[in-house]
Write a protein that binds this ligand. Structure first.
Ligand code: PLP
Length: 421
């Protein structure tokens, strides 16, 4: 019964070090968030000990009476959150949820049509060396070279040409709403199924601040840990149980996975409960407001003069894509510069990027974690100016002065008060 610090001081030091890092920096990776203490508690619980292959009431193991309650709560809560008639809460991650969706909807060799990875799509939407690119015949649509938005006429032409079994709506890096009605009508026109991957924007949907893809899509998948703010994991939804529910369930288990992670499923139930509340709505509203404040600051003349611009000119969601194609800084340099000032972001390829994927000409800057930390318009205005100052200053930036401004913000908004690791 030794504590972690007694048993494994090296790993205890990693946990402590990471807690300090999260407390003392500004976390702006668009796919990250801070889970509430209640989620940490559920996830670090004795439920990790339980095997529960199967589904509630139909398990292949005894002793599942308690975990059945947790899984049923998670299912009912997420269905009500998104207006879905079907939910599977067992996927270990977004990628395994997506693998199960394709397993259920398509047969290897079928054509799938998703947003190209280089234009903001995800690995599981058809990248060459991902399972999706290896098992399926991939056609990809792109954003328009001028507007950097999805051109629905071009998407329609691509769908007619490639005759996909599945059209994928969804992205990892795209700053605008998707037109789900247009996706639905194109899918219907070519006789394709529509799968929406709302991993990034699910929290905004739950708060009613983004169009809901559930009514338009045959199947919707999501992660739970990005804007939704829950444990690292995935979920699959559909309008109704029919016609895909049984196939999706069997694609998750036994198709993709063995025993579900019941501690994570309990933590998902907690996160879905939180996401139905008013405080969550307020947090998502601040997430959006923060992204707009950052986009506006980075659209200003002093930033433009440094060759830095905002892709699509702004944002409808929780992230801003910064275009560095005309800046002396590349994506790697900009990421490193902000890192030394205490701000964590990730470099990201922009569409038609002339630089290689390891370097890139872009940054993806997200606001969910800072909104969870409590930031509002005043703090996001300060963050936006710190970022703008760094991108204008480049190698000549007074990084220490910026770090001092970051320190003031992190000190004013304590994170996980009282937690020691
Ligand atoms: N789908 C989209 C659109 C994503 O952006 C991501 C993660 O970045 C995933 C799926 C995969 O989620 P995970 O990292 O949990 O496998």
């Amino acid at each position: 019964n030794a504590t972690l610090a007694e048993l494994d001081p090296e790993i205890a030091a990693v946990l402590e070090g990471e807690l300090v890092r999260q407390r003392e920096t500004l976390e702006m990776i668009a796919s990250e968030n801070f889970v509430p203490r209640a989620v940490l508690q559920a996830q670090g619980s004795v439920l990790t000990n339980k095997y529960a292959e199967g589904y509630p009431g139909r398990r292949y193991y005894g002793g599942c009476e308690e975990v059945d309650i947790a899984e049923n709560l998670a299912i009912e809560r997420v269905k009500s959150l998104f207006g879905a008639g079907y939910a599977n809460v067992q996927p270990h991650s977004g990628a395994t949820a997506n693998a199960a969706v394709l397993h259920a909807l398509a047969t290897p060799g079928d054509t799938i049509l998703g947003l190209s990875l280089a234009h903001g799509g995800h690995l599981t939407h058809g990248m060459k060396i991902n399972f999706s690119g290896k098992l399926y015949d991939v056609a990809a649509y792109e954003v328009d070279a001028q507007t950097h938005r999805i051109d629905y006429d071009a998407l329609r032409a691509k769908a007619i040409e490639s005759q996909p079994r599945v059209i994928i709506a969804g992205w990892s890096a795209y700053p605008r709403h998707l037109d789900f009605e247009a996706f639905r009508s194109i899918a219907d026109e070519v006789g394709a199924l529509l799968w929406t991957d709302m991993a990034h924007f699910a929290g905004l949907v739950a708060a009613g601040l983004h169009p809901n893809p559930v009514p338009y899509s045959d199947v919707v998948s999501s992660t739970v840990h990005k804007t939704l703010g829950g444990p690292r994991s995935g979920v699959i939804l559909a309008r109704d149980e029919e016609p895909w529910g049984k196939k999706l369930n069997s694609a998750v288990f036994p198709g993709q996975q063995g025993g579900p992670l019941m501690h994570v499923i309990a933590a998902k139930a907690v996160a879905f409960k939180i996401a139905a509340g008013e405080a969550f709505k307020d947090r998502q509203a601040r997430t959006l407001e923060g992204a707009q404040i950052i986009a506006n600051r980075l659209n200003a003349a002093d930033v433009a003069a440094a060759g830095v611009s905002v892709l699509t000119g702004g944002t409808d969601v929780h992230l801003v894509l910064v275009d560095l194609r005309s800046s002396p800084l590349d994506g790697q340099q900009a990421e490193d510069l902000l890192h030394t000032a205490g701000i964590t972001v990730n470099r990201n390829a922009v569409p038609f990027d002339p630089r290689p994927p390891r370097v890139t000409s872009g940054l993806r800057i997200g606001t969910p974690a800072l909104a969870t930390r409590g930031f509002g318009a005043e703090e996001f205005t300060e963050v936006a100016d710190i970022i703008a100052t760094a991108l204008i200053g480049g190698a000549a930036t007074d990084v220490e002065a910026l770090h001092a401004r970051v320190d003031r913000l992190t000190a004013d908004f304590p994170l996980y008060d009282g937690l020691t690791q």
